[in-house]
Design a protein. Structure first.
Length: 328
């Protein structure tokens, strides 16, 4: 987290869930009738396995961090109001929701004693905003005054990128928060995972991205035309390399060593994880234009990146055309 502190999952947090919450539990899944508002748009659900990658992306765009319990109906109006406010910003900010009943270690890391709690996360630094249920006026103040101010503060710190869009929150499958631009996701929801992908999917869910990449590679050996496996392998390789990188250090090294191919590849990874696909493509293509001796590692990394966006993405088409021009 901030100041390079490490996040240590697995710490039990006694008393993180108050007994009163038991009276308000609902069984419906997020997005279902009677359940919590679904993720989607610029709202994602974060787990222990994706927490560090989410922190990494806060160096690219500001994040509003909601620690909640998605089965507690008292929290639904707050979650909906925050989600609506963030989605109206069209990517200037992302809302990351964390279920502290399922992941109490994150609450422990943030020194939170119960739900809800609200933080801003800018360049890896958490800023406490709220602890406990807000009143109507307080919630309105957060959505109308605090959030715009946080965006201004982030911009002053150079954190003014665009968050990835995760699709319509009302559409099927949107609740997993895995959008086309977001490299922190690792697979579709469990019920839609092809049988041959199950091992790789489970490894990714456990945070073993290197193992997941190897398992997806085995799938591709059997079926080289499996585009989903190719996409998930590329995302897993990306996270295995750079999910825990210190963003400020990586960017500083890239700026200080513009001719070092490894430094440029590392910062391009940070761009991809943050959903800044154009930045990652252009950075490596610009580098390749002036460093023909480093063609192979850059070409290999770009081909890996090319598996992540949808094939119809215009950014992908432009990058492919430019790579072909530079190569030949």
């Amino acid at each position: 987290m901030a100041d390079n502190q490490q996040f240590h999952p697995g710490v039990s947090l006694a008393g993180a869930v108050d007994l009163e919450a038991l009276k308000h539990q609902v069984k419906a899944e997020p997005g279902q009738a009677g359940g919590a508002p679904a993720a989607g748009g610029y709202v994602i659900d974060t787990t222990e396995n994706t927490f560090q990658a989410m922190v990494t992306t806060s160096a690219t765009f500001p994040i509003l961090l909601l620690l909640w319990i998605p089965t507690d109906d008292r929290l639904f109006p707050m979650a909906k109001a925050l989600g609506d406010a963030v989605n109206k910003l069209n990517g200037q900010m992302q809302l990351s929701r964390i279920d502290i009943e399922s992941y109490p270690s994150i609450a422990q890391a943030l020194q939170v004693q119960g739900a809800p709690a609200l933080f801003a996360l800018i360049a890896g630094r958490p800023m406490p905003i709220l602890q406990g249920l807000p009143g109507d006026d307080e919630l309105k103040q957060i959505t109308e005054q605090v959030i715009p101010k946080l965006i201004q503060v982030a911009a002053q710190a150079g954190v003014n990128g665009t968050a990835p869009y995760s699709g319509d929150p009302n559409a099927a499958g949107a609740a997993d928060g895995d959008g086309d631009d977001n490299a922190t996701g690792t697979a579709a929801k469990a019920q839609t995972v092809p049988p041959e992908h199950q091992e790789a999917y489970q490894l990714a869910q456990s945070g073993d991205y290197a193992g997941a990449a190897a398992a997806y590679a085995q799938v591709l050996e059997s079926n080289p035309n499996d585009t989903l496996a190719a996409r998930e392998r590329a995302k897993a390789l990306l996270l295995a390399r750079s999910a825990n990188a210190d963003v400020r250090t990586v960017r500083a090294q890239a700026a200080a060593q513009p001719d070092d191919v490894d430094a440029q590849l590392a910062v391009a990874d940070i761009d991809m994880i943050g959903g800044q696909i154009n930045d990652a493509f252009d950075r490596l293509l610009d580098y390749l234009a002036g460093h023909k001796a480093d063609v192979e590692p850059v070409r290999k990394r770009l081909l890996e990146y090319f598996a992540i966006p949808e094939p119809t993405d215009e950014r992908l088409r432009r990058a492919r055309r430019r790579l072909a021009t530079l190569m030949y």
